[in-house]
Every structure is written in C-alpha cells, then in structure tokens.
Design a binder for this molecule. Sequence first.
Ligand code: SAM
Length: 233
Amino acid sequence: MDEKLKEIFNSAGIILNDLQAKQFTQYYDLLIEYNKMFNLTAITEPTEVFVKHFVDSALPYKTIVEGATVIDVGTGAGFPLIPLKIMRPDIKITLVDSLNKRVNFLNVVVEKLGFTNVKCIHSRAEDLANNVEYREKFDVCVARAVAKLNTLAELTLPFVKVDGVLLAYKSDVEAELVGASRALTILGGKLDKVLSFELPLGMGRRTIVVVNKVARSPNKYPRGQNKPKNNPL
Ligand code: SAM
C-alpha cells in the first residue's frame, strides 16, 4: 500500500518520505474501519481515496509558511488538514466540525498518527469564531466542501489574522467568485489568486481560491441562526 501511495503522489509531483507514506496508510485504514460507525466518506476504494481525498487535500502544502497556525472549518473526516499536517509536521493545527462523531474519529487519528500541536474541536464555526481565543488568531484557514464562497467567507475569515490567508478548496469556482466579492470585502478579505490543479489518473480538475486577509472582520460576523447560509452577504 505504501508503494502505491508514493506512486500516486509522485504523479502529482509530490514526493512522500517513508513516514508520510506510513501515516497516509494508517489514516486510510482508520477511515475504512470507522466509516460505517461514523459515516465519514462515500469513497472507499484505495486509489480513489488516495487521489480524491489525500492528494487533493495535500496539493497546496508548499504555500503554507513555516510553523503556521492553521484551522480547518468543517473538516469532517479531516480533509484537507490531516493530509496537510502529514506533509507539514511543523504546522500547528485546529480541526473544527459541528458533528461530534467526526470529532471523535479525528481524536483517534491524531493519537494513532502520533501528531503533536493538534486541537480537535466540536463546535459550529459561528460559535467558535466569536470566542476570543480563536477569533483572528490563525495564519491560515482551510475549508473544503463546506459552503458556497459567500457563505464560507463569513464562516472562515473571522478566524484569520490580518495578513493571514484563506485557502478555499473548490471544484468549480467561476460562478461563485462573482457572487462572493461583496462578502469577501465586508469580512476584510481580498481575492489574491485562484490556483488550479489536475488530479492524477484523470480524476478531475481542482481549484483553490486564495484570499488575503487585509482588514479585521467586523464583530457582528459571523451571524448566528444559519444566516450565513440562508441569507449570505
Ligand atoms: N471538509 C470535509 C471534506 O472535504 O471531506 C468535509 C466536508 S462535509 C461535506 C461538510 C462538513 O462541514 C461536515 O462534516 C459538517 O458537519 C461540517 N459543517 C457544516 N457546517 C458547519 C459549521 N457551520 N460549523 C462547523 N462545521 C460545519
């Protein structure tokens, strides 16, 4: 399994060392073992998991600065931040999800993979972002498959320090970008660029929207009562 993983990462231009290959294998085994109990992923076939979850999540690992504090909002089974932590053991990570069973799974993964500098938190982003210990405290926020960009901006940018960055993983972003520019501006964000990647084995194209935090987010955001989703900025 480790060799197969290395080969697939190689075809995406990413070289795994032995420890990284072992950690991805352990993560895969846990995903499959706990999937029935915790409903973690619809994809279970090894090659598909390696490409669509692991490589996809790991793609921007070089863009994160040394020793950065990174938060993953709506991490689910740990995507994208567990693969990023495997690639970048120097980063300090916080994994957040509103479903407790997924957070329980993340605690198992963190223990088994022997990670340090990790927090797993059961909370809604709207609540946690209004906690002074977490508000505007992170160098980087990542999020994958959580919400449209206008909603996502409200759920994520309040966590990011001024001069920090949001990496929003998207499969098709063109339409969302236009609709999100107002939300980004209100929350202190400025679109920097859109990174584009081809997944190995013809498994699709991925984009990552890079948003710089250029001003503080007003205290009234994020709003409660599902407003970020039902009535986006
Ligand atoms: N990011 C993971 C991935 O790419 O596989 C999970 C994606 S899943 C479709 C969306 C996740 O976001 C779920 O685990 C859900 O519980 C979580 N979520 C949705 N809204 C949230 C919120 N407001 N605060 C925290 N977590 C949230």
